[in-house]
Structures are given as C-alpha cells and as structure tokens.
Design a protein around this ligand. Structure first.
Ligand SMILES: [Zn+2]
Length: 207
C-alpha cells in the first residue's frame, strides 16, 4: 500500500515492528494518533521514553523495577526461603495476581531453546545459583526450596533439568508445580484457580 507521506510511512514502520501488529493495524493506530492533540501525542511518546529510561531489571530476581531492587525482593514480609523460578515477567505477574504465593521469584528471561539459539548463558541462571549458594549468608536469607514454575514444553523441561543439575551441589529442595497446566500451556495464560492449585500441589522434582 502506497502511503501519502514518508513521515506516516516511518511511523507505520515503527508501529508494525511491535509483535503481533501487522501493517494494516499499524496504519489504523498511526492514523488514530494523528487525530489526537499535540499534547496527547507528546504524553504518549514521553510515557515510552520515561519507561525505557526509568525501568531496569532487579539485580536479585530480574523482575522489573524503577527502584534499586524490586518491590518483591524489598518486601521483608515475604518468605525468603522460597524461590519460584519462572520463564518470564508475565508468569510472575500471573502468579502474583493469585495473591496466594508469598515467597520470592527468579525470572530466567527465557528457556533453553537450541532451535532458537538460546543457551543457558543467555538466561539469568548464574544469579540464581549465587542466590542459592549459602556462603556468607545467615540461615534466614538462604533459600531452602526452589520451585520450578516453567512451561510444560520440551524447552521448559530441558531448562528445569539443566537448573536441577546446576543446583545439585546445594542443599536446597527442588520442587515443581503440579501439572494442572495443559502440556504446552504458558503459565501466563492459565486461569488463577489452576495456578493456585499447581503451586499448592507442587511435587519434588525428579528427572
Ligand atoms: Zn527482585
């Protein structure tokens, strides 16, 4: 489709670079923005710029935060002895929305997927291993249980197995959420009741 201006063309290109946004949808969104006031469009653009500059990964769990550490790591009321390992921030948010889990998290930032060229070094695994290592910590700070809440896919299983071996030298108990989740189903797409049940009925991890 020939667009009447290269400025519109450039905006459509940017919009269409987002996942799940085709060029027709991109054009519709761009034309909608064009109809707004200058102030509205400035506020729109600034919200993204501020988000980009103001947000970083929590150095402990890799959740997103504007503070030094994220609100979950900073919350002393949460159970330090439990770490729930998830693939993605969206899985953390799904579990949080159940309000039934009061431990901490570790966000891997993906799962091992040789097909997509994602290996263990591309994921936040070393920081997890360091969190489990007990040297120099008091008992209160040392996690005693790591819960794998990874997707029920080949990649999720591969990642769980890799992590399990990495943690084998520690004394931490490794569990896995129960599979109320359908094979291949993402955590973030599961309903809350299923998530809560999966967490409650977690089992010792076995290879
Ligand atoms: Zn954190």
């Amino acid at each position: 489709m020939e667009l009447p201006s290269r400025l519109i063309e450039a905006a459509v290109d940017q919009m269409a670079s987002l996942p799940g946004v085709g060029r027709r949808t991109a054009l519709r969104l761009v034309l909608n923005l064009l109809n707004r006031s200058d102030e509205q469009v400035d506020a729109f653009a600034e919200s993204f710029q501020s988000m980009k500059r103001g947000i970083h990964a929590c150095p402990q769990c890799h959740n997103l935060t504007e503070a030094e550490v994220c609100s979950i790591c900073a919350d002393s009321a949460r159970n330090e002895s439990l770490i729930c390992v998830v693939e993605d921030i969206r899985d953390l948010l799904a579990l949080e929305s159940t309000r039934q889990y009061h431990g901490k998290y570790h966000v891997l930032g993906g799962v091992i997927s040789p097909m997509d060229g994602i290996g263990p070094n591309d994921l936040n695994i070393e920081t997890l291993v360091r969190r489990i290592a007990s040297d120099g910590k008091t008992n209160k700070e040392t996690p005693t249980e790591v819960i794998f809440a990874l997707p029920a896919t080949m990649e999720g299983e591969t990642t769980a197995f890799y992590l399990f071996r990495k943690l084998a030298n520690s004394e931490v108990k490794v569990t896995v959420i129960a599979r109320g989740l359908a094979i291949g189903e993402d955590l973030q797409h599961a309903d809350e009741a299923t998530l809560v049940q999966s967490l409650r009925q977690r089992l010792p991890y076995t290879t």
